[in-house]
Design a protein around this ligand. Structure first.
Ligand code: PMP
Length: 407
């Protein structure tokens, strides 16, 4: 339970959170954009470069073995964290790469004119643009599942849209703008019954809740390391083994081959088939440490803590005159997008920054969702377990002040 954890001590694990911005204590409310890193992660990366640095898989010397073991160890840790087999986990630079890998290696060779790709209104551009590229090249069409007033997917309509021409459904597990947690298991079950392959964007889910990716029933699941306490440039794609076995490589180069002749090349087995070139070894060492760190606290405790912060922030923000929150899904992650009457989101975020409060303003890489709400931008406060109730109160006070300035 979250009561059993000393959250002030947990917060002290994050060196950056002690700094000041514009002469004020930093209040970092942009964890949906990228998460802060605990000392354990920073030290793991530092230690790798100081003591173990070498390339993976090519060298038989001691450092080479240590680096390979550290890299493969990170894969095993991440696999255990997601409840999948390590051999079915492709390590890559993040969700954007992972989704493009599915688009280029799975979808592009298979889709054709007459096929449809189903997306949802709340997708990040990373889960829209790769499918548009596939559609343009294959003649497939894109269809969109819409959301209701709460910012939840309209499931009845979504299931009705799962027609026989739909070959692929790509959707986010948790919305980075609305915080909506989509019922991924139910959606994947319905899709699977109809033979539709599912691609789940787990970027915003993995940092906040315990995941059983194997139990979700999806075909592909993408995550990104930098939102889950790990370094930037790390992430992974999990895929069903049968897909990985059948997929041609996305990038060619070293590491992804078994034998190269000018007459032709024999590719390595998955997951290495999809990991051409020198990977972000130190980054994955850091991600392994991040997974250890999050598991040490416990994802259930993290989820409970963030629920408390979300409830507190939602109640506090609803006292602000002229403030409107976008999205009140019944299952919601600790993300609050809001608009304040008469104030532009960028002006709000700029003035909040002067108060030491970091919130994001903009379209959050979700133009179609902004179009749905008829706004160019929102402000977004996103919380992590290292935030505090006091920070939220100071944020809301700062917002009241800023709102008066802009009125
Ligand atoms: N999908 C969602 C829902 C996201 O929030 C993000 C990051 N903002 C991405 C995809 C892109 O992930 P990455 O940073 O790994 O490219």
């Amino acid at each position: 339970m979250s009561e059993a954890i000393d959250w002030a001590r947990v917060r002290a694990d994050f060196p950056l959170l002690t700094r000041e911005v514009h002469g004020r204590p930093l209040i970092y409310l942009d964890s949906a954009n990228t998460g802060q890193k605990p000392a354990a992660v920073i030290e793991a990366v530092d230690d790798f470069y100081r003591r173990h640095n070498a390339n993976v898989s090519r060298a038989v010397h001691a450092l080479g073995s240590e680096a390979t073991e550290a890299y493969e160890g990170a894969r095993r840790k991440l696999a255990a964290f997601l409840n999948v087999h390590a051999n079915d986990l492709v390590l890559c630079s993040g969700t954007t790469f992972a989704l493009n890998l599915v688009a280029y290696s799975w979808a592009l060779p298979r889709l054709k004119a007459g096929d449809a790709i189903l997306l949802t209104r709340m997708e990040h551009h990373a889960n829209i643009v790769p499918w548009q590229i596939v559609a343009q090249r294959t003649g497939a069409v894109i269809r969109v599942a819409e959301i209701d007033e709460r910012g939840e997917l309209d499931l009845e309509r979504l299931f009705a849209q799962m027609t026989p021409d739909v070959k692929l459904l790509a959707f986010t597990h948790v919305s980075n703008v609305l915080g909506t947690v989509n019922p991924a298991r139910e959606i994947c079950r319905e899709a699977r019954r109809r033979g539709i392959v599912t691609v789940v964007d787990g970027s915003q889910a993995a940092p906040h809740r315990a995941l059983d990716v194997a139990g979700l029933g999806c075909d592909f699941y993408a995550i990104t390391g930098h939102k889950m306490a790990g370094p930037t440039g790390t992430g992974a794609l999990w895929a069903r083994r049968e897909h990985l076995e059948a997929m041609p490589p996305f990038l060619g180069g070293g590491e992804m081959i078994r034998e190269v002749r000018f007459e032709g090349t024999v590719y390595n087995d998955p997951p290495h088939r999809f990991e051409a070139g020198t990977p972000n070894i130190a980054g994955f060492v850091g991600l392994g440490a991040a997974v250890d760190y999050l598991s040490g606290i416990g994802m259930a405790a993290i989820e409970a803590r963030e629920k408390e912060l979300l409830a507190h922030a939602t109640a506090a923000l609803s006292q602000v005159e002229g403030l409107r929150i976008l999205g009140d899904a019944r299952e919601k992650a600790a993300v609050i997008s809001f608009l304040v009457e008469g104030a532009h989101a960028h002006d709000l975020a700029t003035l909040l920054d002067l108060e030491g409060v970091a919130v994001r303003s903009g379209h959050h890489c979700a133009h179609p969702l902004m179009q749905h709400y008829g706004v160019p931008a929102t402000c977004r406060a996103s919380f992590a377990f290292y935030n505090t109730v006091e920070e939220i109160d100071r944020f809301v006070e700062a917002l009241q002040k800023v709102r008066r300035l802009l009125a």
